[in-house]
Design a protein around this ligand. Structure first.
Ligand SMILES: Cc1cc2nc3c(=O)[nH]c(=O)nc-3n(C[C@H](O)[C@H](O)[C@H](O)COP(=O)(O)OP(=O)(O)OC[C@H]3O[C@@H](n4cnc5c(N)ncnc54)[C@H](O)[C@@H]3O)c2cc1C
Length: 314
């Protein structure tokens, strides 16, 4: 592959796929470079909700290949390996990756986020043996046993609803007194006969040797239940306690915001000439798939303008 492009998109989630699609349609030679299967978080979501045109939701494994095919048909090229470093030499950005070096005048960083880990004993040992971030991948293997979902936000409740189709019981353990998920998830989860909630509680250990046998929990700090711990029996633990932005590539070149995200202007331009941010890795991201796709569109259009006229603010 000739390694010089007009635009390189780093990240193949919905923001990156859309950026690549729009950029290729504008006639720019475009590479989408991603470290994992194309689709990012959406790929593992059983029913993506709130995506326009899909009133009953759409599975990630349906939407993502469609977006990938659309970008390929428009002329976007693909490379799969992690981008390890991003440097700038004059007017050209250079990417060092596991599959070689690439260069472009415009780079769109759409590296998204990773789900946070609990950081408790047993979690690393039992990852893939009952500790999971992916309800749609692992729920069919549950065989009607009880499971725990950790977290009180949108992801935790959405995935608890997916798990409840396969488990005998889903216990949602969350640290706050109240759930923070949007109303539609709260209402449906509360009405579900196989979902129950344990509030103001945190997981302190995952118990088991070759498989998950249970979780040890205690009252979250600030609660009134004392220091005691108790064990909940479970065959799997699904962890949804927030997201960590994948912005390390830029951490020594840009000041990230207080959440670790990349500051951008309304055209997705960063403070570095020719460099754009899009999707959930950018400051102020809305956290919805359609917004990430919108960011990708804006970034691709702005990159096209930049390549045409060379204008950059500041
Ligand atoms: C459990 C869960 C359920 C959700 N449900 C919904 C829903 O129903 N509806 C909705 O609208 N939204 C939902 N969301 C939010 C939605 O998934 C995100 O808004 C969307 O995926 C963001 O897309 P993105 O492209 O910005 O990032 P991501 O999806 O995170 O994709 C980023 C991509 O970049 C790649 N990458 C990272 N670092 C590098 C690197 N150094 N080099 C190369 N590639 C790299 C990653 O491998 C990944 O493929 C959900 C999120 C979660 C976690």
């Amino acid at each position: 592959m000739n390694s010089k492009f007009d635009v390189i998109v780093v990240g193949g989630g919905i923001a990156g796929l859309t950026a690549g699609l729009v950029s290729a349609r504008l006639g720019r030679r475009t590479l989408i470079h991603t470290s994992e299967l194309l689709g990012g978080h959406l790929l593992s979501i059983e029913t993506i909700e709130g995506y326009p045109g899909h009133p009953d939701g759409i599975a990630g494994y349906e939407l993502c290949p469609l977006a990938q095919g659309q970008a390929a048909d428009a002329g976007a090229e693909f490379a799969m390996s992690r981008v390890e470093a991003l440097t700038c030499d004059g007017d050209e950005w250079q990417l060092a990756t596991g599959s070689g070096d690439y260069a472009a005048r415009a780079v769109i960083v759409a590296t998204g986020t990773e789900l946070r880990e609990l950081g408790v004993p047993g979690e690393a040992l039992l990852r893939g043996k009952g500790v999971s971030h992916c309800a749609s991948c692992d729920a069919p293997l549950l065989g009607g046993k009880p499971v725990v979902a950790v977290g009180g936000g949108d992801s935790a409740l959405q995935e608890a609803l997916t798990l409840a189709d396969h488990a005998s019981k889903v216990t949602v353990v969350h640290r706050g007194e109240e759930l923070t998920a949007q109303e539609s998830f709260r209402r449906r989860a509360a009405a579900h006969p196989r979902i129950e909630f344990v509030a103001s509680t945190e997981v302190v250990e995952i118990i088991g040797e070759d498989a998950v046998d249970g979780v040890r929990v205690r009252e979250a700090p600030g609660g009134s239940g004392g220091d005691g711990t108790r064990d909940l029996e479970t065959s799997a633990v699904f962890v949804y306690i927030g997201l960590r932005p994948n912005a390390a590539l830029l951490a020594d070149r840009l000041s990230l915001d207080s959440t670790g995200r990349i500051p951008v202007d309304t055209q997705m331009r960063t403070g570095l000439r020719g460099l754009f941010g899009a999707g959930t890795v950018r400051s102020g991201a809305a956290g919805r798939a359609v917004a990430a796709a919108g960011d990708g569109t804006l970034a691709a259009i702005a990159a096209d303008r930049f390549l045409a006229d060379g204008d950059w603010p500041g």
